[in-house]
Design a protein around this ligand. Structure first.
Ligand code: G3I
Length: 352
């Protein structure tokens, strides 16, 4: 079974299972392409409407934070799966699947990891983390972001990888090692390299796509188990989508038998018009352009937004608006009313 079928097949099985057990709340109906959202556990507990919106609309969830080292690894010896397990049971009880985010990322690392030094010690720490975490969720998480944001912010020549603990200590082979460790732990799981700022027009975005292709090609040449590229798709509303660039990027990946998915879609609107209707149209238009450009070359295996409601979003942390009005980056507004972005996503995910 191909991994893409595993994810979608798993969703169908989950939906049937939910139908046979009346006590369990029913899942959102299966879609042509599964739709999902990043989830915050505290909001899930406190906000009934949030919980309901996720159950009604999502076939997939992904924890926004609790599977990062910062939460999972309070100390070198401890693994804390409490919050991840809670979200997974929420998914299970409601006929959804849960993706894993993320095994290796330069950010959200606990202080104690600063003491990891040297090639051997680093490889040992990376292996222990991946074996334990992927192993804990073996057969229960069908898709993992193995490496998040591996590309240098402004890749040039041989400096195309983002510095992190693993690159410094193990060299660029850390990427291959991470994929191999994940595959040997759960051979059924879809293994993803996830990246931002690869969607829009301009040299900066093009260089980043090319650097990512270089990494994927290198992994493929070495026979490493990589299955998909994740477009984070934190789209900056003021930039146009590079439709040709995205389509040919996806086509090159397809030629290497590498799938694509959209992992963290939202549209950053700090530089968009004040008028909400106008703003929402631009936001939906950007997402449509991206989803169309991807679909023209290959159907994404899933589409996830980084949150479902403007009530809970990371965007204002960095991109507040000068006019003081709240950001509107997500498919539902703060009162859970669907916006044009939701319709745009549904056009791609719902069966024709
Ligand atoms: O949990 C603490 C809380 O106890 C404390 O009171 C509060 C005070 O600042 O901080 C809380 O932790 C914050 C956490 O989000 C939970 O809200 C962290 O400071 C904050 O750094 C963390 O930010 C997250 C960030 O990744 C770093 O992990 C964002 O919510 C999350 O949206 C963001 O997600 C990333 C993806 O993983 C990768 N792609 C980009 C995306 C957006 O930046």
């Amino acid at each position: 079974m191909r991994r893409r079928d595993f994810v979608q097949g798993g969703l169908a099985v989950a939906a049937n299972a939910a139908l046979q057990v009346p006590a369990v709340q029913s899942a959102a109906p299966p879609r042509r392409i599964p739709y999902g959202s990043a989830v915050r556990g505290d909001a899930l507990v406190d906000d009934f409407e949030y919980r309901t919106a996720l159950i009604d609309r999502c076939q997939l969830i992904v924890p926004e934070g609790v599977l990062k080292w910062e939460t999972l690894r309070p100390s070198e010896d401890r693994f804390d799966f409490y919050y991840g397990d809670k979200l997974l049971s929420f998914a299970d009880q409601n006929g959804m699947k849960m993706r894993g985010h993320t095994l290796i990322w330069y950010a959200a690392m606990p202080e104690w990891t600063k003491s990891i030094r040297g090639g051997k010690a680093s490889e040992k720490a990376l292996t222990k983390h991946i074996h334990t975490v992927v192993g804990n969720y073996k057969g229960r998480i069908p898709s993992w972001d193995v490496i998040n944001e591996a590309i240098a912010d402004d890749p040039r020549g041989s400096d195309y990888l983002r510095p992190n603990l693993w690159l410094e200590n193990m060299g660029k082979g850390y990427i291959e090692t991470a994929f191999r460790r994940a595959a040997e732990t759960d051979p059924q799981v879809q293994l993803v390299i996830n990246e931002y700022d690869i969607e829009c027009v301009g040299e900066y975005f093009k260089n980043r796509r090319n650097a990512l292709l270089r990494v994927v090609r290198d992994l493929r040449d070495r026979g490493a188990p990589i299955h998909a590229v994740g477009f984070q798709a934190h789209l900056k509303g003021q930039h146009e989508i590079d439709k040709e660039g995205v389509s040919s990027f996806v086509a090159e990946l397809k030629a290497m038998d590498v799938d694509v998915l959209v992992t963290e879609l939202d549209v950053i609107d700090n530089l968009l018009p004040s008028d909400e209707k106008q703003r929402d149209e631009v936001i939906a238009g950007r997402a449509t352009d991206l989803l169309q450009a991807i679909s023209d070359a290959n159907q994404p295996t899933a589409i996830l937004t980084w949150g479902i409601t403007d009530r809970y979003t990371w965007v204002p942390t960095w991109f507040t608006r000068e006019d003081g009005s709240p950001n509107r980056p997500l498919p539902l507004d703060r009162d859970y009313k669907a916006k044009p972005l939701m319709d745009a996503i549904e056009r791609f995910t719902t069966p024709a």
